[in-house]
Design a protein around this ligand. Sequence first.
Ligand code: ATP
Ligand code: MG
Length: 459
Amino acid sequence: MWSLFRKKYPITFPAGSHGMSNDYIDRDVLDIMARIKSRGFEAYLVGGSIRDILLGKRVKDFDIVTDAHPRQIKRLFKRCFLIGKRFRLAHVYVSRDRFIEVATFRALVESSQMQDLGKKYAENNVFGTIEEDALRRDFTINALYYNSADSSIEDYTGGMEDIKKKLLRSIGDPVTRFQEDPVRIIRAGRFCAQLNFSLPRRERKAAEKCAIFITEANTSRLLEELYKILRCGASAATFENLRQFGVLKFWLPELAENPHWNNMIKRLSVIDNRRARGQDISNSILIASLLFDLFTDAAGEKAEKISHQEIINLIRTQYNAFATRLRLPRKEWDMVTNIASRIWIFKRFSAQRRMKGEARFVHNAYFPESLKFFEIFAEAEGSLEAHLKYWWQKDREYFHRSAPIQANSTLAAVSANKSPQSIYHPDTRPHKVKRRRKRRHTKRMSAQTATHQSPSTTQ
Ligand code: ATP
Ligand code: MG
């Protein structure tokens, strides 16, 4: 099989024969590659960045590969850290909080073989040649190597041709490759949706055949893929693909069997449109949008009448185990259930029917994030405009805001790893609320004194 590739490839595409040039690459990335090369090593840009530039898409991150070994890379840069146990990667920091990943060409040896080889032998054999590195990648369009010195592209698997044809072809036999790593099936669903590519018949059949292996995939990787899908700008189409490939019923069976599938697709489409406009959306809102129909079933008809706390309890009783299976961190799950349960309150009250204890509801730490989720929910439903306006109005009234909430203080606190109890909306931190109440109280008192005094003054 591999010898077939060896005969024909690599094909070198010189500068000018393709749409890629150094103009599309970050200065820092070019500098890192130049430094590696100045010491006699090879360095290429590889993976999603080349694919996206060739397709005229926005690039998210740049990955560099080289024949230099991790310790040799570390010696070249002042701020460079090695991560990973077996296969070590270098993170070269270009600023306080931004790094570029530099990896050494990887060998074709698979992890199962690795274990048999023994630690010492394995360590020396994880690194390989550029050709081996290309062949172990997932799809041909992800295995193109850009040389910044002469702006040429090295193609070892026919990726350039597939980019032209808009085909997502697996490198090697798709059954073997999907069996080896079933997460590739999910990636196939996302790439086809995101890039508007087709999956050839061979790959589609292999995906259907290997879908069941997804149950053995690492759950942390699956969660990471889930967030990637929800943020990729084509999450609705990706979920349609995953259902068609038959992988969703093994990965997230609750969603594959969702009788309100179209509602979920509508919410995901709203998210996709917002992502296309560059809007950042928190993990909790993404997950709440995905799972809301499951919550509706868990809450049942009585959800129209009970408190949001009771709704949270119903959701948690039914779906805590699901959240654990997804590997959602507890704080994230807290946030998801809190913001989702408040949807029923947003829908229940409006200018026509006022809520008792409204101030407390609005001042709650979860309110800003819940309102943002309600915006997405209402846009997908298309019939809750009056309710949305009412709650925006409340938000303005209580927080003197001139526009719907943009800042995300609550979530920032969550990601900063603070406990939910310590999270307060900036305007609802206890000392501020106390001060505000005190001010209001003094104002009222002085107004009362003024009215009491007024008769005497007019006399
Ligand atoms: P995106 O960043 O949009 O997810 P990407 O192709 O850059 O797209 P990454 O997850 O960043 O995806 O991976 C970088 C590269 O690593 C890929 O382009 C591919 O060559 C390789 N790769 C990633 N995941 C796999 C996998 N499961 N099997 C084989 N190769 C992979
Ligand atoms: Mg990438």
